[in-house]
Design a protein around this ligand. Structure first.
Ligand code: NAP
Length: 297
């Protein structure tokens, strides 16, 4: 029986945040510059408000100035685009984060496309997506959640080269960029989705599993190859005892014990890495915009 290790995303994220804070302090000492991150929040979705608040707090703790622009849900697309243009031109702002989802009457692709790619700290602009897929990923700003998953995988596996990796889910935010990053690490990558024929059989081949489907405990224990490393991106709220609710991932965590070599918990796995990678990107954007050497973190 395999002893399944827990991949502690919180501890890894704390290390990355400490690296970001140290690099931000060096940038300040060297160039007198403090990186700035601006979150753009449209509407009053409570979950988005919490995310933006948490990101702001983490930024300040890492030595990054946090700005916020809040617009009503009724705002027109032209007004939002005008705000993006203003932030693109604002020298205090190194990173712009547009909190998704946007209201239905606004085209997210048009808004993301209007960002200065050098300030696109979510890594969603076509310029950064193109760099990631065309071998220029070291020059790109990389999407935060997949890059966080990659950092966890690099710690968990001695080498990723040649590994069979299966990414479950093909969203622009997680699945597709995750596949590109694993390809850049020389994995053999399969990207599975809702039209894939036999997901269980595909997963059973995988040395590395990244699950990003948004379905509670979707990946069963017997779909996992013994000894695989499993990264669970999913965040799903389900009913718990006593009329309460709890968060679970896309993988049946208890079933994976004794089969997987290592697995991320939910919460405490990928989630903390996402915010830490956002701040890493902001720091890197600040260094690049000023022609300063960027740290390899
Ligand atoms: P998404 O945009 O809803 O994409 C879900 C993907 O899963 C789609 O590609 C979909 O396939 C696929 N899928 C759905 N049902 C499937 C099935 N039965 N078999 C195989 N594939 C199936 O979700 P997302 O934005 O990538 O997020 C995924 C999960 O990660 C969510 O729980 C989200 O909350 C979580 N998340 C966590 C973080 C974090 O920081 N930890 C960050 C982002 C997202 P089709 O394309 O064919 O529809």
């Amino acid at each position: 029986m395999i002893e399944t290790k827990l991949i502690d995303g919180k501890a890894r994220a704390d290390r990355l945040l400490a690296d970001v804070a140290a690099a931000a302090a060096k940038l300040k000492a060297r160039a007198g510059a403090v990186p700035g991150l601006c979150a753009v929040l449209v509407g009053d979705d409570p979950a988005s408000q919490v995310y933006v608040r948490n990101k702001g707090r983490a930024a300040v703790a890492a030595g990054i100035t946090s700005f916020q622009e809040t617009l009503p849900a009724t705002v027109g697309e032209a007004e939002l685009l005008a705000l993006i243009a203003k932030l693109n031109a604002d020298d205090r702002v190194d990173g712009i984060l547009v909190q998704l989802p946007l209201p239905a009457h606004i085209d997210p692709q048009r808004v993301i496309g209007a960002l200065d790619p050098a300030k696109d700290v979510d890594g969603f602009h076509p310029h950064n997506v193109g760099l990631l897929w065309s071998g220029g990923w070291r020059k790109a700003l990389l999407p935060c959640t997949p890059y966080g998953c990659l950092l966890l995988l690099r710690d968990a596996l001695p080498t990723l080269g040649g590994a069979e990796a299966v990414v479950l889910g093909r969203s622009n935010i997680v699945g597709k960029p995750m596949a590109a990053l694993l390809l850049a690490e020389n994995c053999t990558v399969t990207l599975a989705h809702s039209r894939s024929r036999d997901v269980a059989a595909t997963l059973r081949r995988a040395d590395v599993v990244v699950a990003a489907v948004g379905r509670a405990q979707f990946v069963r224990g017997d779909w996992i190859k013994p000894g695989a490393v499993v990264i669970d991106v999913g965040i799903n709220r389900i009913a718990a005892e006593g009329g309460k609710s709890k968060l679970v991932g896309d993988v049946a965590f208890a079933q994976a014990q004794g089969i997987a070599a290592a697995i991320t918990p939910v919460p405490g796995g990928v989630g903390p890495m996402t915010i830490a990678c956002l701040l890493r990107n902001t720091l890197i954007a600040a260094c690049r915009r000023r022609g300063e050497a960027e740290p390899t973190i």
